[in-house]
Design a protein around this ligand. Structure first.
Ligand code: CO
Length: 403
C-alpha cells in the first residue's frame, strides 16, 4: 500500500512537471544559425568546461597548510566526488613525494619485516572499492555546523571515490603477523608525522593500501602516492602519504588520537577510538543558500551513508518532522558508500522545513540533534550525525532553521 500511495504522489508531482516541461518547450524556438566554427583541439589531459564553477570552500584563515576544505555537496551529481573536489584535511600541508623514492615499511611484531616500493605494490593483486571518507569533525558544532549557511559548510567533509590498491591483509600476511599482535600503528610522511593506532582485526578485514582514486593515481592532497582507505571509519585514521605500518600489541595513544579525535563526554570522561562513522544523511536540494524560483515541481535530493554497511531507507519530511515519506534510493547502493536519495515534491509556496533521516542495514536510525545533545552534551566535537533541517521560506530562499 505504501508503494501505491508513493506512486500516486509521484504521478501528482509529475503532472505538475509535465506542465513545466511543456512551457519550456514552447519557449525554446530554434534561432537562425550561421555557419558553425571549428571547436577546440584535442588535449592530452582534460579540464572541465569553462562555464563550470564548483569549488571547494576554503577556511577564512590566512594559513592554508592546516585545516580543511569542503566538498560542494549541493553541486555534485550521483555518488562519486570528482577527485578535484574531494574534501581536504591537512595537518601540515601537502608533502611532495617522488613515487620512485617512496617506500612502505612493515615491521614490529612480524616474522619478516618488509619494505615495498610503489612498483612492488602495483605488482600485487589489486582491489577496487567505492567508499566514502568522512572527517570525524564533519558537521562539527564548533565550525558553526548547526547554523552553517550551506550544506557545503555543514556536511562537506565527506566525499566518495573509487579507491584502488592492495588489501592490507595481503601485505600483513606476507610479513607474517605474530600471534600476540593486536593493533597496527600507521604513520604518514607529512611534516606532522600523522600516526594512528588501528585494531588488527579491521586491518585483516577490509582496509586498502590505496594508490588509485577514481581511475588515476591519488591526488597529492589525498595522500599521493599511498594512503590507507578504511571503509566506514573516521577520515583521520585513513592515514595519507603512508610510509610505515608497525604491528604492535596495544594502541599507542599518539598525539592525534589523544589530543584530538577522542570524544569528551559531559561527565568528564572521554570516548577513545570511536572509529565508525554512523548512519547519516542530509538534503542537498533544497539546502541553505539555494532559491526556489516559484511554487511547483521539484525533486528533493540528498546523500546518505553509514560506516556499518548499506543504507536501507531514507525518509524525508517537508513539514518539520510531523510526517515522513520514504525516498527513492538510487543504484548502486553500496556498503560504506554515499547513497543518493530522491523524492518528487510539489512545493505549494508556503514555508517548509525539509529534512532527511537515514536507516542503515543494521537497523540503526539517524538520531535527532536533540537526542545527540542528550547523550553527549551541547559541545561535542566529533561524530555529529544528527538530522539536519533546512527552511524553505515563502519567497523560495533556503536557510538554516534559525534563519
Ligand atoms: Co572518533
Amino acid at each position: 500500500m505504501a508503494g501505491r500511495s508513493s506512486r500516486r504522489r509521484f504521478l501528482e508531482a509529475t503532472a505538475a512537471l509535465t506542465g513545466a516541461l511543456t512551457s519550456c518547450k514552447r519557449a525554446a524556438a530554434p534561432e537562425e544559425e550561421g555557419p558553425r566554427r571549428i571547436g577546440k583541439p584535442l588535449r592530452a589531459y582534460g579540464e572541465r568546461s569553462e562555464f563550470e564553477k564548483s569549488l571547494r570552500a576554503l577556511p577564512t584563515t590566512k594559513i592554508l597548510e592546516v585545516g580543511q576544505s569542503y566538498t560542494p555537496l549541493a553541486e555534485i551529481y550521483g555518488i562519486i566526488t570528482p577527485s578535484a573536489l574531494h574534501y581536504e584535511r591537512l595537518h601540515s600541508g601537502v608533502p611532495t613525494i617522488d613515487p620512485d623514492a617512496h617506500r612502505l615499511l612493515i615491521h614490529g611484531m612480524v616474522e619478516r619485516p618488509l619494505i615495498f616500493t610503489m612498483d612492488d605494490l602495483r605488482r600485487l593483486p589489486s582491489v577496487s572499492r567505492i567508499c566514502f571518507i568522512e572527517c570525524a569533525g564533519n558537521s562539527h558544532l564548533g565550525y558553526g555546523a548547526k547554523d552553517a549557511p550551506t550544506v557545503q559548510l555543514s556536511h562537506g567533509l565527506v566525499s566518495c571515490s573509487e579507491w584502488t590498491g592492495v588489501s592490507l591483509s595481503l601485505l600483513l600476511s606476507e610479513a607474517g603477523v605474530d600471534p600476540g599482535a593486536k593493533w597496527i600503528l600507521a604513520e604518514g610522511a607529512d611534516a606532522a608525522k600523522m600516526q594512528r593506532s588501528i585494531p588488527l582485526e579491521k586491518a585483516m578485514d577490509d582496509i586498502i593500501v590505496a594508490y588509485g582514486q577514481n581511475g588515476e593515481a591519488l591526488r597529492p592532497e589525498q595522500g599521493y602516492p599511498l594512503r590507507l582507505v578504511i571503509p566506514g571509519w573516521e577520515g583521520n585514521a585513513n592515514v595519507k602519504w603512508l610510509r610505515r605500518l608497525k604491528v604492535v600489541d596495544q594502541p599507542y595513544r599518539t598525539r592525534d588520537e589523544a589530543s584530538k579525535y577522542t570524544d569528551s563526554m559531559p561527565d568528564g570522561t572521554a570516548r577513545e577510538f570511536t572509529f565508525v562513522m554512523e548512519a547519516k544523511s542530509v538534503v542537498t536540494f533544497p539546502s541553505g543558500g539555494q532559491k526556489l524560483a516559484a511554487p511547483g515541481f521539484y525533486e528533493i535530493s540528498g546523500l546518505a551513508w553509514s560506516g556499518r554497511g548499506r543504507i536501507d531507507r531514507v525518509e524525508v519530511s517537508t513539514d518539520g518532522g510531523t510526517t515522513w515519506q520514504a525516498a527513492g534510493l538510487s543504484e548502486p547502493r553500496l556498503p560504506m558508500a554515499l547513497t543518493r536519495f530522491l523524492l518528487p515534491w510539489r512545493w505549494d509556496g508556503r514555508e517548509a522545513i525539509v529534512q532527511s533521516r537515514a536507516t542503515d542495514e543494521t537497523g540503526y536510525v539517524q538520531p535527532s540533534h536533540e537526542a545527540l545533545v542528550a547523550v553527549r552534551g551541547a559541545n561535542y566535537e566529533y561524530h555529529n550525525n544528527g538530522i539536519r533541517p533546512w527552511k524553505v521560506r515563502a519567497d523560495g530562499s533556503v536557510t538554516d532553521v534559525a534563519g
